[in-house]
Design a protein around this ligand. Sequence first.
Ligand SMILES: Cc1ncc(COP(=O)(O)O)c(C=O)c1O
Length: 480
Amino acid sequence: MLTICASRTSSLLFRLSRRSFTKLAQDSEAAALHGENDEEFLPQMPPFDYTPPPYDGPSADELLEKRHRHLNPCMAYFYKNPLFLVDGKMQYLFDEKGRRYLDAFGGIATVSCGHCHPQVLDAIFNQAKRLQHTTALYLNRPSVDFAEALASKCPGDLNVVFFTNSGTEANELALMIARLYTGFHDIISLRNGYHGNAGATMTATGQRNYKYNVVQTGIHHALNPDPYRGIFGTNGPKYAKDVDEIITYGTCGRVAGFIAEAIQGVGGIYELAPGYLSAVYASVRKAGGLCIADEVQSGFARTGGHFWGFESQGVVPDIITMAKGIGNGLPLGAVVTTSEIAKVMTCHGYLNTFGGNPVSTAGGLAVLKVIENEKLQQNAFTVGMYLKNQLLALKEKHDIIGDVRGRGFLLGVELVTDRDLKNPATRETLHVMEEMKDMGVLVGKGGLHGNIFRISPPLCFTREDADFLVCTMDHIMSKM
Ligand SMILES: Cc1ncc(COP(=O)(O)O)c(C=O)c1O
C-alpha cells in the first residue's frame, strides 16, 4: 500500500535531511504521520478547488492518428504517449480523463498570468463581442491603450510600439529595422541562442536543431558567454572580446546590430555571464550598430527581480522584442524602440493584418494589469528563488544534477552522467521527465542534447507547487 504525504510536510522533511524519501518515512515524525515504516512515501499535489467539465470528444489515440495524417510531419511531442490536454486553470492542466497536472512549463514560458485567467478571458470575450477585427487603417482603442501601457514598462526613450503576431515576426522586424536604420547589414547573435524560424531569425538562431539547410547570410555567431561550460567561466567581459574580433575580422568594421536573449530559453536556460552585455553593447555601438534585446522568454516579469531580463545586466537596449508572456497564450508579439529609430520604417507602409488587432491587444492590456494587481513579478522573485534553492539542495543530493541555473521562473536543471566531464545525461532526462509526468508534474526540456529541464511555470506558481515539483524529482532520482 502507498502512503501519500502532505506536500508541506514533505518539503519540511526535504529541508531537514538529504536521505531518500523511503528513509525519511522512517523518521519518527514521518512514521507518526504516515503509518508503517516500510510504506513508500509519495509527494502529493497541493489541493486545488476546480473540476473541469467532462470531456466526451475523440480519444487521444484517434487524435494522434489524425495528427499523423494531417498535421506537418516535423511536429514532435513530449512523452512516450503524448499527453492530451483539454482544460487549464491557473497553474494546472487537465487531461481528457480529468486528471490534474502541475504545469511547470507554461506552454514554453508563455502562460504568464495562469491558464484561462478570468480577467484576461473577460477582456478577450468583451472585446470580441463588440469588435473582433477591422484594420490598423482605422482607429481602435485597445491597441492604443496597450501600446501606451507597454511603453510605460520600457526604459529610456523606448516608447514606440510595432505589434506583431509572434516572436519570430517581432525579431524579423527588429533585425530589418536595425539594418535600415544603420545602413549596414551584418548582425551578431550568440551561439546556442534561439530567435525564430523565418529567414533572418533562423539565421540568427545558433543551434543546428532549429536550422534548415537553406541559404542563411549576414549573421555572425559569437561565443556563448555560458558560465557552466564556457571557456571563460563567469567572466562576461572576456567573452565579449569575441564580438570585437568578429567586428574586426568578419565585417567591414561597421555592423547593423547585435541580438541576444538575457537568458537563453530554448538553448537550455543559459544566463549570460555577468558583465557581458554592457561590454558587448559598447563595442556594437562603437561599430555603428543597434542593440536588440530578445525578451520573448525573459520578459514580462518572468525573471522576478526585473520586468525585463536585460535589466539584470544593467543595460538599456535600442530595441526590445517580445511575445509569449505578453499575451498569456494569445498570438501576440511586439517590437518597442525609440521614435527616432522607428521613423526609418516610414519610407514605406508596414502592413501587418493582425498586428495590434483589438482582441489580442485587449488581452495584452489585461495581462499587464494582472501582473501588476496580483504582484506576479514579486511572486516570481520569491517563489522562484525558493524553488531554485530547493533545486540547488537537490543537486547536493543527486550527482546526476550538474547545474541549476536561471532566475525567477526561468530555471534550468542540467543532468550529466559525470559532473567533471559534464557529459549530457539525455536518456536519464527523458526517464525523469516521463516519470514526473506520471506523478503529475510537467516540465520542459531543452538544450542541444535535450538534457536540461526547463522550468518556466505560470507566474502564479506557489511554494507548495515548488515543493511538489522538487519532491517529485527527488523521489524519482532517489530510485535511479
Ligand atoms: C527567445 C525567443 N525568441 C523568439 C522566439 C520565436 O517566437 P515564436 O515561436 O512566437 O515565433 C522564441 C520561441 O520560442 C524564443 O524563445
